[in-house]
Design a protein. Sequence first.
Length: 256
Amino acid sequence: MVTCNECGYENHGRRICKRCGAPLDLSAEKNGISIDDLPDMSLYEVNKELKKLIRYFDFMRAQYSEYEFCNQKLDFLDKKGYVPIGVLIFGIIMMGVTTWLSVLVALRAFKLYNGLILWLAMFFVDGLYAAVAYSRSLKDNRKKIKKYLGREVELAKQLTNYYNDYGPCLLEAKYTDPRILDRLQSIIKSGRASSLEQALDLLFEDSGRTKEESADYLALVASRQAEFGEKDAMVFCSANFFGAYHKVGEKIRSVA
């Protein structure tokens, strides 16, 4: 919670005071409240609030899905880059043809010198092709990173504004993907958790993930957004981080 210096109103997940509109000092808070700040609530109250959250954030389900997709693409491009499969296939074929022609010339004509020249020539052509293909793939890689990062930041802004509009929220923004909320509700309904904090612990345990992994990944996402020039938008956990996957073909809904 952030207390407004002007009127004393306690705000949650906002950049300006809900009561008086004064700018807030967010240095002491990031991405909503801590789980330690949650009020004491019965499981009935927690489940009731989760239902409200699911109904509210379900409207942005497709945005969460695309946000997740952009992050997956950026992870791939950062770690492995992008090389069209056709480049690899053509390169392998050309190397095979080069070797076959070289051996054929050397064996049939018994002119090792001529075969070596042909092999070197073909090898040079292969090398030139590989260099050009690699250069183009790097250029394409940079264009794709810019494209997906720009879209990710745009979606992060939408989701941040939508989260702030909810007002005081039971959960931090990073857990508001509807599929994550569904998982939490399912855990509580099953009777395995006696509190929301315990439900969050079971969410990580069931997925085989740790909170440290989550924090490291969200820090990576935040650093990417900062490099793009966006420092105010929040970051959100992907549903597939916890083994909950989005449906293919979900349509984006406008929040305007």
